[in-house]
Design a protein around this ligand. Structure first.
Ligand SMILES: [Fe+2]
Length: 315
């Protein structure tokens, strides 16, 4: 059996927020992957295009870069559905538009010496049952009061139980939203149900890798690592920090969502090497393209970094 596996991961690329430089930003990732012949597969953690109406850019404009991404590698590219892939479509339509090449939004594959599972937490839990995100229907619900989003529905958990029962290797999970978020409050609401299934899996689940947070963050919970990979392009700072003077008026007008972010100077991504003892994520260089967190008065700026911290996740 092969002893190690190396893979590359990109999260929350948000193409439409950086329409004028998105291709250049994507090329940095493509080159990093294609210049490393040891990389066996690539994972897109979702929110690739992010065509919000406020960006004044129709979803169709994202298609050329989506197509370029899908045909850029000589190794498999696995997609995770992000919440923003559900903004203009039903999930079925989204899989087709984004060229996911899968029948389902949750699935698994092997790359020795691990089993990998892609999960889909883009579900609301409403009184009438689980409802899939589609066409921005989830925008009116919140993470709290009541905690309606996001969820792994019971039928997906049942599929996971059966999938893990058959797994020949320990498992690493990929998801868009955090699966055990006790800090930021944007992860799945039903970690306890997931934990039970992971605990009962014969080969075990050793790690989970997510996007969505746009933050470099890791913690170990119940014997497993939970790691948030930062966005490929930006830190979301929200509308409370739209300080004037960060960008030219013309630039702000052309990309109205830009004021909610601090873009990174270089594209950020994770290159992971995993073996039976643990997972190594290579650190990256990076910084903000414009003003940093101190300059915009963001709270606790020392806590957030515009690059991937080098880490070793020992099992
Ligand atoms: Fe997201």
């Amino acid at each position: 059996m092969k002893e190690t596996v190396k893979f590359a991961v990109l999260a929350d690329f948000h193409q439409a927020m950086f329409a004028d430089t998105a291709e250049e930003k994507l090329d940095q990732f493509i080159e990093a992957v294609n210049s490393d012949k040891e990389i066996e597969f690539v994972v897109d953690l979702g929110d690739f295009a992010f065509p919000l109406p406020a960006n004044n850019i129709p979803i169709e404009n994202s298609k050329p870069l989506i197509d370029k991404f899908n045909s850029a590698f000589n190794v498999p590219l696995y997609h995770v559905l992000g919440n923003h892939e559900c903004d203009y479509f039903t999930k079925k339509e989204s899989l087709e538009f984004h060229g996911f090449n899968t029948e389902e939004t949750y699935y698994s594959f092997d790359a020795e010496p691990f089993h990998f599972v892609v999960l889909d937490a883009n579900f609301m839990k409403l009184p009438e049952g689980y409802v899939a995100y589609e066409n921005r229907n989830y925008y009116k619900w919140s993470y709290e009061n009541p905690p309606v989003i996001p969820y792994l529905p019971d039928y997906e958990l049942e599929w996971l139980r059966e999938d893990l029962a058959k797994a020949k290797y320990p498992t690493i999970l990929f998801s868009h939203q955090h699966l055990a978020d006790k800090v930021f409050g944007t992860g799945i609401r039903n970690y306890d149900e997931l934990k039970k299934i992971m605990d009962e899996s014969p080969k075990g689940v050793v790690m989970s890798i997510n996007g969505h947070e746009h933050l470099d963050f890791a913690h170990k919970l119940d014997g497993r690592w939970f790691y948030s990979l930062i966005s490929g392009t930006n830190m979301m700072i929200g509308s409370k920090h739209p300080l004037k003077g960060r960008y030219t008026e013309d630039y702000m007008r052309s990309l109205p969502c830009i004021h909610m972010t601090l873009p990174y100077a270089k594209t950020q991504y994770g290159i992971f090497t995993a073996d039976k003892n643990g997972v190594f994520v290579k650190g990256t260089e990076g910084g903000f393209e414009g003003p940093d967190l101190y300059e915009v008065g963001y709270p606790d700026p020392e806590y957030f970094v515009p690059y991937v911290k080098e880490r070793y996740f020992e099992f």
